[in-house]
Each structure stands twice: as C-alpha cells, then as structure tokens.
Ligand binder design. Structure first.
Ligand code: ADP
Length: 319
C-alpha cells in the first residue's frame, strides 16, 4: 500500500484535526503518501485533493473545526454522485480512504465500499455521541465542557434574579448532550426526545423546589425534543413567574478540543491507518471501555445507539 486519503464530512466536531494529524503522521511514518480530500464528499466528487506532508499538520491538534473543511453533499446521496466520487478516487490511485464524520458520513463510506469496493475505514466524530458500538465519538467531550460552562454561568444569574432559565442545546435525534449536561450541572429538568415530557408535573416540581428554598432553576432541553420557546410557553403560566431562554447554538461545535477528545482522535487516527494496512476495511474504529476495536460499518449503521435512561433517573434524583 502506497497512498491513502482522508476526509472529514458532515457536522464538524472538535478533535477532527487531531484525527487528521494522526492519520497523516502515522501514515507517513509507515511509508504511506497521505492525500487530504477537501470539503468531504463534495471534494471527493470534484477531485479536490491536497497532498499532506508531515509538517502540514503541525500545531493543528489544538484547533477546533477541520483544516480539510467539511460539507453536506446531497449529490453523494445518489448512486450517480457516489459513482463520480469513486471514479475520482480511483484516478487518484489511493488504496484506502479514512472517513471522519457522523452517522451520515459513515453511511456514505459504507456505500462506497459496497458499490465500488473502495477500502474505507470510519472514525466516529459527532458531538451528539449518537454512533453505536463506540462509547464516545470525537467532539462530544469538548461540546459538553462548553455546554456545562455556559450553564454554570447562567446559574449565577438564575440564582441572583431567582429566575428559571431554559437552555436549548444541540441534539437532533439524541438527548445525550442535554442529559449529560443536566446531570452534571444539577439542572431541575432535562427534556429529551427519548422521554415524553409532562409539563404539569414539571411545573409542580419547580414550584415545590422553590417552596423548599431553591432559588435557581435550570431546564435543559435538547433541540430535537422541543424548542426552548415551546417549553417556556408551556411552563410560564403554570409556574407563574418569568423564564429566560438561552439557545446555545453553534458555540457548542467549536473550541479547543479537550484532553479526552485529543487522545480519542489521535488514537483512532492511528488505528484507522493500522486497519487499512491490515486490509480490514468497511469497518469503524470504536472505543469500548479502554480498548480501541474495529466494528463492521454494517453493524454500526444497523443499530441505533440507545441512551442509558438510568442516567435520566439519576439526573432527577440528584437535581
Ligand atoms: P453527519 O456525518 O455529521 O451525520 P450528515 O448526516 O449531514 O452528517 O452526512 C454528511 C454527508 O454524508 C451528507 O451530506 C452526504 O454527503 C453523506 N451521507 C449522509 N447520509 C447518506 C446516505 N444515506 N447515503 C449516502 N451518503 C450519505
């Protein structure tokens, strides 16, 4: 094996750069030429390639986002789009492709293997931590640190003004960010897609806690469950006092990757190159416990990652 390629795709996640760095440096040390594909699958279709040398990835571990840039590419979702991408890839003469991205990107990678036998290895990167078979995906740790820092700041104001704050966090189909942020900041409630919400019960709890002397109230809501405005509308007239809304939005994606995300990304990058060198492809690198393992992409994509709802109970118990 002489030449491999690497791309980042879908939603950006802090730590993607560390994964790119590991693929490039470890690949070069193993005698490979490493080609970066810019703008994810859109760049693959266009042949937007750049050779990455050892020095090109200096000092990127600490940077959020992705130096290769990323994209959402509708054309790649069609067979014709993937055929064009496969043609460019074959013209490039690479013998392996590392795809760093979320579930959508990994689905695309799996199809590239199935339809065109392109040797792909996936690295899970998703701030939602919604990819199955891996305990953690790249970016979620940094994202949660950003979210809990913001909630902590809001708590200061919530306590001073005796107000209820509704904080909307990311999570299209998964309540992981909301749940873990709520659990670790002692929020009064978390509202997530996985659990139906009873606003009357919630309002009663808030009022009881207030009677018991609790002066701040934080409710964390996952964007995929309800908007913060909807939650406020439901609650305000029931609790009889004002709420304040904060939508954290895209600040959750950026920032300096934490130690955890750096280690995860660097080690997954190395393992992805090892998998390519050993010819074990159509697979994803996963962290299970303390071990980095390979899981067939077909298994990853056919299983929905379940939220551990014991943590939901715990969040309520400890709030
Ligand atoms: P993420 O990888 O973060 O989940 P998306 O779901 O937007 O983000 O997927 C990123 C890209 O991966 C899409 O723009 C598309 O090019 C490709 N992709 C997503 N889903 C599929 C699919 N079902 N088939 C083929 N390609 C897909």
């Amino acid at each position: 094996m002489k030449r491999v390629a690497v791309l980042t795709s879908g939603g950006d996640a802090p730590g993607m750069n560390a994964a790119i760095r590991a693929v490039v440096r470890y690949g070069v040390k193993k005698g490979l030429e490493v080609i970066g594909v810019r703008r994810g699958y859109a760049g693959l279709i266009d042949g937007d390639f750049v050779k990455l040398e050892y020095k090109d990835v200096s000092g990127i571990t600490e940077k959020g986002g992705t130096i290769l840039r990323t994209s959402r590419c509708e054309e790649f979702k069609t067979e014709a789009g993937r055929a064009r991408a496969a043609k460019k890839f074959k013209e490039l003469g690479a013998e392996g492709l590392v795809v760093i991205g979320g579930e959508g990107s990994l689905t695309g990678a799996h199809l590239l293997y199935e339809e065109h036998k392109i040797p792909v290895v996936g690295i899970p990167a998703s701030i939602d931590n919604d990819i199955s078979y891996t305990d953690k995906s790249i970016g979620v740790d940094t994202c949660l640190n950003t979210v809990i820092d913001a909630i902590q700041k809001l708590k200061d104001t919530a306590s001073s003004h005796e107000r209820a704050f509704i904080v909307e966090v990311m999570g299209r189909n998964s309540g992981y960010i909301a749940l873990m942020a709520g659990l670790t900041t002692g929020a009064e409630a978390v509202i997530i897609p996985e659990v139906p919400v009873d606003y009357s019960q919630l309002a009663e709890r808030i009022l009881e806690e207030r009677k018991r002397g609790k002066i701040n109230c934080i409710i964390v809501v996952a964007e995929g469950s309800a908007s913060a405005y909807t939650v406020a509308r439901h609650l305000e007239y029931k609790i009889g006092y004002e709420t304040r809304i904060t939508i954290l939005g895209h600040i959750q994606r950026g920032g300096v990757p934490t130690f955890f995300d750096r280690e995860l990304a660097l080690r997954m990058g190395v393992e992805a190159v090892n998998a390519l060198l050993e010819g074990e492809v159509d697979t994803m690198i996963a962290l299970q416990g303390t071990e980095y393992v390979r899981v067939p992409l077909a298994n990853v994509l056919s299983t929905k990652k379940k939220l551990d709802l014991r943590l939901y109970e715990l969040a309520y118990l400890l709030s």
